[in-house]
Design a protein around this ligand. Structure first.
Ligand SMILES: Nc1ncnc2c1ncn2[C@@H]1O[C@H](COP(=O)(O)OP(=O)(O)OP(=O)(O)O)[C@@H](O)[C@H]1O
Ligand SMILES: [Mg+2]
Length: 682
């Protein structure tokens, strides 16, 4: 870093995180620089000092917040694709990466390689990057490459998500026929789901090439697989402040291919739908798309059938009026209307092979949930206690009819709680605020079960016929990104745990494998020190003292367990000494103030997240269906309620193993189900 060198200076308070500057003078103690585009703006940065254990200080060669800049490429070099892969940059650090990606983005190039990893920047506009013609060019290049031929005459194609999809297909088609996985990660709104769909289109196109794309006059497998997206998105995506079409569940799609590389079908696994959204959503956000699609897209006949009366709303638009849909102001979406959304959803249903009656039953149930959310309660006195009474009986009737359940049992499910102690049931009449909780909990249960059932229906439609025909597969993972909100609860812990596990896989595969390869080839290689996060995973998942295992233990205590006790036991486990605020491995911490508020902090690979134990961790983990709700669902007239309830039970009950054979199935906690799913995924 001599005078005249170009460097990046970190500027945490400025508009730009890093400022391109030139070194003016260098001394043993500091570096003086000026901003290249504005030389009157100058910076001074001290040389880094490090304290040694013996108390002495050494000065490092580095200066604080300074990185060497790469030389700018000429237009000719760029045209040759010299900036396509960041691995080729002489200096690879945060400002170099941001500068390289930003510069390309300004030229309309949203994709950049970093070795085998593709970085995509969301353009937030539909660019002509995915046309049939471009797909064909990548397909041709991939084909020639796989045959050991270089596509003559054409320049190497630039980085593109099609290239990732192509590579996985060709690798899968190599003689060993090894199955592949594509991991797509990024923050909410980064473009994971869109990228997943682009990858799916590429792979399904290659997998159906040479066939006439029609199976016995039915909808082709490619179309069925692609059509699974709108229906899953209608029921599993919602508008959030960050993304109009935010996936509120994780998804792993496995595309199965024959030995000859033909697409045979797909298998979809979903993870942890965000059910709390049923009860409440923030201002500017929305509930699941399907509710708005139905309210805004229903024709007059449907409106009548589903009991949507514009006259009841006091002048409000239907979607703004209903409790389930109106809490955030029911904003429109940026890219398409809800009316159009309903059309896509219904088309998706038809393509799943549903007849009109089946589709109508599902839509009725959605309408029933909207009316369920409208049920109100008043407090009346009984034996000196305030108990709740439904104040709009006609809405109970309408909700019950549309859901296909018994009206009296529905009322009971909302106003009565049954406690079972040693086989004896005791009825407790609930006060109004508890009835509201029961109402929202019932909506969550029914919707959660409906979603699982829809995933099963989609799977039945897209799954391959015989497992033995499937020679290999490409899996695409579109998973919720790392989350950190002002208040973090059970959902964030599960999501961040997933990301922590994925990060480890990523470390293992990319860094560890790469280093082994370099060593084998005796290429000199500066070992990148990457942070290993196994210790953080241990804090979350290990038995018997991990955060989740201790949560399960607390849940086993039944009524005696509670969120605060659980937090206290975590403190005892991880920071047992007086005055200790950080666990020995520094992944778990809690200050005295945090402890007094039942909070704890986990230092994840992506940053610290403060969790609040008293946000219903135990209840969310148990996810129990109240006895009155069970009685309601078990006795329902509707085949759909019966079906979704069966699917829900199968998902949550422990499978009969030799040790528990004959005993009634025990319900698994959500964290147990989640851990198992994650283990299978890895
Ligand atoms: N390649 C792209 N071309 C054009 N628009 C895009 C592209 N990728 C994403 N978008 C736009 O950004 C929006 C958000 O993308 P997407 O839903 O894929 O994000 P996500 O990463 O899945 O977020 P979440 O974690 O919230 O589900 C899309 O609805 C679309 O408008
Ligand atoms: Mg998404």
């Amino acid at each position: 870093m001599e005078a005249g060198a170009r460097v990046w200076v970190s500027d945490p308070d400025g508009d730009d995180a890093w400022i391109l500057s030139e070194v003016k003078t260098r001394s043993d103690t500091d570096l003086k620089m000026f901003q290249i585009s504005n030389p009157s703006n100058t910076f001074v940065r001290p040389r880094v000092r490090e304290n040694l254990e013996d108390g002495s200080e050494v000065q490092e060669l580095k200066y604080e917040g300074i990185e060497l800049a790469n030389n700018a490429l000429s237009e000719a070099e760029k045209a040759e694709g010299k900036d396509d892969d960041m691995i080729t940059l002489p200096h690879l650090h945060e400002p170099a990466i941001l500068h390289a990606i930003g510069g390309r983005f300004d030229e309309g190039k949203i994709y950049t390689w970093t070795g085998p990893v593709l970085i995509a920047v969301n353009p937030f506009e539909r660019l002509a990057l995915y046309t049939d013609k471009i797909l064909e060019v990548y397909r041709q290049e991939g084909l020639l490459r796989s045959q050991g031929m270089n596509p003559s005459g054409t320049a190497k194609l630039g980085p593109h998500i099609y290239a990732i999809a192509d590579l996985s297909y060709r690798q899968m088609m190599a003689p060993e026929r090894k199955s592949q996985a594509i991991l797509i990660s990024g923050e909410s709104g980064a473009g994971k789901t869109e990228s997943t769909k682009i990858v799916m289109r590429y792979l399904t196109t290659l997998g159906t090439a040479g066939t006439d794309n029609v199976d016995d006059g039915e909808i082709s497998i490619m179309d069925r697989v692609m059509q699974s997206n709108p229906i899953l998105e209608a029921f599993g995506n919602a508008k959030t402040l960050r993304n109009d079409n935010s996936s509120r569940f994780g998804k792993f799609i496995e595309l199965g291919f024959s030995r000859g590389g033909h697409l045979l079908g797909a298998k979809i696994q979903t993870y942890l739908l965000e059910k709390v959204r049923l009860g409440s959503h923030a201002s500017g956000e929305r509930n699941y798309h399907i509710f708005y699609q139905l309210l805004r897209g229903a024709n007059d006949k449907q409106k009548k059938k589903y009991g949507f009366h514009d006259g009841d709303t006091g002048g409000l638009e239907l979607a703004q009026y209903y409790h389930l849909t109106g809490q955030g102001g029911a904003p429109d979406l940026r890219e398409f209307t809800d009316e159009a959304g309903l059309k896509y959803t219904v088309e998706g249903m038809t393509n799943l092979g549903w007849d009109e009656a089946k589709a109508n039953t599902v839509l009725s149930l959605v309408a029933g949930l909207l009316h369920l959310g409208q049920i109100q309660f008043v407090g009346v006195e009984k034996d000196g206690q305030e108990i709740s009474q439904v104040s709009n009986e006609n809405v109970v009737s309408l909700a019950a009819e549309l859901l296909g359940v018994d009206k009296d049992k529905l009322r009971t499910a909302l106003t009565v709680r049954i406690l079972k102690v040693r086989g004896t049931e005791t009825e407790i009449l609930l006060p109004p605020e508890k009835s509201i909780d029961s109402r929202d909990a019932l909506a969550k249960t029914i919707y959660g079960a409906l979603f699982l059932w829809i995933v099963q229906e989609v799977n039945d439609s897209v799954i391959w016929k015989n497992d033995s025909d499937v020679r290999s597969s490409v899996g695409v993972l579109d998973i919720f990104g790392f989350e950190c909100f002002p208040t973090n609860s059970f959902e964030q812990l599960c999501i961040n745990y997933t990301n922590e596990s994925l990060q480890q896989q990523f470390n293992k595969f990319i860094f560890k494998m790469e280093q082994i390869e370099y060593e084998a080839e005796k290429i000199s290689w500066d070992f990148i020190s990457f942070p290993d996060n196994q210790d953080c995973l241990d804090v979350i998942q290990s038995r018997p003292t991990g955060i989740l295992a201790m949560l399960d233990d607390e849940c086993k205590l039944g009524n005696r367990g509670n969120d605060k006790n659980w937090a206290d036991r975590l403190y005892k486990q991880y920071i047992p000494n007086k005055g200790q605020e950080e666990s020995d491995n520094s992944r778990f911490s809690a200050t005295p103030i945090m402890k007094s508020r039942s909070k704890f902090c986990v230092k994840h690979f992506a940053g610290r997240v403060e969790y609040t134990a008293t946000t219903g961790f135990l209840e969310k983990n148990k996810d129990e269906i109240p006895i009155t709700a069970e009685k309601l669902l078990e006795s329902a007239d509707s085949w759909l309620i019966k079906d979704i309830y069966t699917v829900q039970k199968a998902e949550t009950n422990e499978s009969a193993t030799s040790s528990n054979e004959g005993k009634p199935a025990k319900q698994k906690t959500v964290s147990q189900q989640f851990k198992e799913q994650l283990a299978r995924l890895m």
